[in-house]
Design a binder for this molecule. Sequence first.
Ligand code: C5P
Length: 245
Amino acid sequence: MLSPRHRLAFALDYPSLREARRTAEKVRDHVGVLKVGLELFTREGPKAVALGSELGSDIFLDLKLCDIPETVERAVAAAGELGVRFLTLHASGGRRMLERAARRVDRDKSEVTLLAVTVLTSLDEEDLAAIGIGSSAEEQALRLARLAWEAGIPGIVCSPMEARSMRQAVHTKLYLVTPGIRAPGSPAYDQKRTATASEAVSAGADLLVVGRAIRDAADPAAAAWQISREIESALSSAEADERRS
Ligand code: C5P
């Protein structure tokens, strides 16, 4: 069973390494995974990944790759050489792209766990309809998750609202990563399919991605601690339920 610390990823959505490091240092006791996304990687490149070894954290490189199979395969190889623990790619890039990425990880014996992004938590059914997808967000996310799993991708990124059905419908071993985590009553910002940390863990999420709720808190360390407590207590309840059943 992973500790609460290893179940919490902090999104380093900062314009500079200096600012990212400042908060990452404050929250390191409660956060085991640092997520380097598009903003920080575009500005700082592999130096941002090196923060992981500096602070004793795993790095989640959130590049959400989506391109022709050859290009994605080569990017997967490059990320593997950087020593990242998680790397995202879009499931909507299709079966061949996903298979090539998964095969490259195997061939390189890389430590990277690939995570396929299903339907972004910022999208709702109206947004999906506008890009020609007639099914519900959940149906579409399930379809993409199945495709990714069958192509050899071990984990997916989905809304916490869909985590339970993912595990039931796709595979019990699917590694589930859920962004869109909000404290009860706090603003959703641009996210639409959100849940609390406790609801995400109860639904079976393995790793929770939290950005603004930590980054913008008056006391980021206290905010991270609060979320890790919530994860811990949801894990204890889930274990107790399992023992009873
Ligand atoms: O917690 P907050 O909403 O600030 O988290 C935003 C972070 O989560 C961003 O880094 C964004 O890239 C990431 N995210 C994601 N997949 C989604 C939604 C958000 O990786 N479906």
